[in-house]
Design a protein around this ligand. Structure first.
Ligand code: SF4
Length: 437
């Protein structure tokens, strides 16, 4: 039996793509192994969102060149799509280069290599439907992922995704709901719907579901206890989505809504197609919907032309929204992106200075926000046990980590739901003890 080893870089979409690639290979009779040395086939599922991510791949390939004699190397994912055949020049020991839109024909591509083809590619965006597999190997024992849409039709000035993942392709509502039932039958109670931009989901079948409708349909699957989704785009984030969240307790009270900047001038340069005010309207919908929705976001500092005043507007937006957490990054030049042609790119030191100011500013907000949870009783899904602290690791509906003590009995709580009272808080997590509810 042929053995394969896979390594995954990047976002949740890539992690779930790898779960599906593994499913395809296992269905084709391959066996997954945990080390590179044991494998006949070595796959790197790559990310190209930032410069560093790309370099990592080529360094890995270089490291393994010598030790990899007789093995088949495959570079898949976003760097594969972005660099294409150039990868064969940079790493001649690679035999397969395939983007995510070609995973549906991965089996045939591997057969071509077995027949002796030295250099095989899957780089076309002709897939008019999202990648579905007979079997998906699911790594996370507590949360299952369902990709509902692939690709992105937006054109944000800093982003490579439209070039690496192609145009939007939504799965049929029937196939998504079927997969949700299968996931519950496997014992899962929590699912996360995935897409570069889940809000622009449009069911290609006559049912014609939009995102709010598919979100409600998945939440109504018997046995489902928690439904999450990522990533949203403010332009497509409609009031109907907030209404569905407010109506249905199975849909978790957490929304990740990337803003990227607090300055409308910078948002225009980023081609984000919304202003600060339009973004804040969506935040107000959530703050006034009667549910306590936790808010998180993404922010890029140092976008070309960002002035000190623009940056101040980003800091003031943090104060106005009071996010539960923020993923913040320095702008990084990316191939094929519109921002490359912009002038006045900022030096790295200035970007680093702004990033650390922003992160400390946000840390103070999180300290304040989490302090407000002390005394509250939260329902958690127990995800594990921390031997070092003797605490169980729980995750709240709002996607907060709550580490807690459980006094009675030593049964394994992992995968169960229980309630815990918050006794202490920090910038990134809560601490407490279990209570009988
Ligand atoms: S919405 Fe913008 S940032 Fe998000 S994947 Fe699409 S192009 Fe990239």
């Amino acid at each position: 039996m042929k053995k394969f080893y896979i390594e995954t870089f990047g976002c949740q979409m890539n992690v779930h793509d790898s779960e599906k690639v593994i499913g395809t290979l296992v269905t084709d009779g391959y066996k997954q192994v945990e080390t590179f040395e044991e494998a006949d086939l070595v796959l790197y599922n790559t990310c190209s969102i930032r410069d560093k991510a790309e370099q990592k791949v080529f360094n890995r390939l270089q490291n393994f060149k010598k030790a990899g004699k007789g093995k088949t190397f495959a570079v898949i994912g976003c760097v594969a799509q972005q660099e294409g055949e150039k990868i064969f020049e940079k790493a001649p020991h690679v035999s397969l280069v395939a983007g995510s839109a070609s995973y549906g024909k991965l089996s045939q591509l591997l057969v071509q290599i077995e027949k002796g083809d030295k250099r095989v590619t899957g780089l076309t965006f002709d897939a008019n439907e999202a990648f579905e597999t007979p079997m998906t190997r699911r790594d996370n024992p507590h949360r299952a992922y369902i990709t509902i849409i692939e690709g992105c039709d937006k054109n944000c000035a800093y982003c490579v995704v439209p070039f690496t993942r192609g145009p939007e392709r939504s799965r049929t509502s029937e196939s998504i709901i079927r997969e949700a039932h299968e996931i519950v039958a496997m014992g899962y109670t929590e699912v996360q719907l995935l897409g570069q931009n889940v809000n622009s989901y449009r069911d290609p079948s006559p049912a014609g579901y939009n995102f709010a409708q598919i979100l409600r349909a998945v939440a109504e699957v018997p046995g489902m206890r928690r439904v999450r989704f990522t990533t949203s785009h403010p332009r497509d984030f409609g009031k109907d989505i907030v209404d569905v969240i407010a109506d249905n307790p199975v849909i978790c009270n957490h929304v990740h809504l990337p803003v990227q900047s607090g300055s409308s001038r910078v948002l225009e340069g980023m081609l984000r197609s919304y202003t600060r005010d339009e973004y804040m309207r969506r935040i107000d919908w959530m703050k006034n919907c009667g549910q306590d929705i936790a808010l998180t976001t993404d922010i890029i500092v140092g976008f070309p032309g960002e002035t000190e005043a623009d940056f101040e507007q980003t800091l003031s937006l943090l104060d106005e929204v009071e996010y539960d957490s923020v993923f913040s990054f320095k702008y990084s030049k990316r191939p094929n992106t519109p921002a490359l042609s912009l002038d006045d790119h900022m030096d790295e030191d200035e970007k680093s200075r702004r990033l650390s100011i922003l992160q400390e500013h946000q840390r103070q907000i999180q300290i304040r926000r989490n302090a407000g949870y002390v005394g509250r009783v939260e329902e958690v899904l127990v995800e594990g046990f921390n031997k070092a602290t003797g605490q169980w690791i729980g995750r709240t509906g709002q996607n907060k980590t709550l580490n807690f003590l459980h006094h009675s009995g030593d049964e394994n709580l992992t995968g169960t739901y229980l309630h815990a009272r918050v006794t202490r808080s920090g910038p990134n997590s809560l601490t407490g003890e279990s209570v009988v509810q």
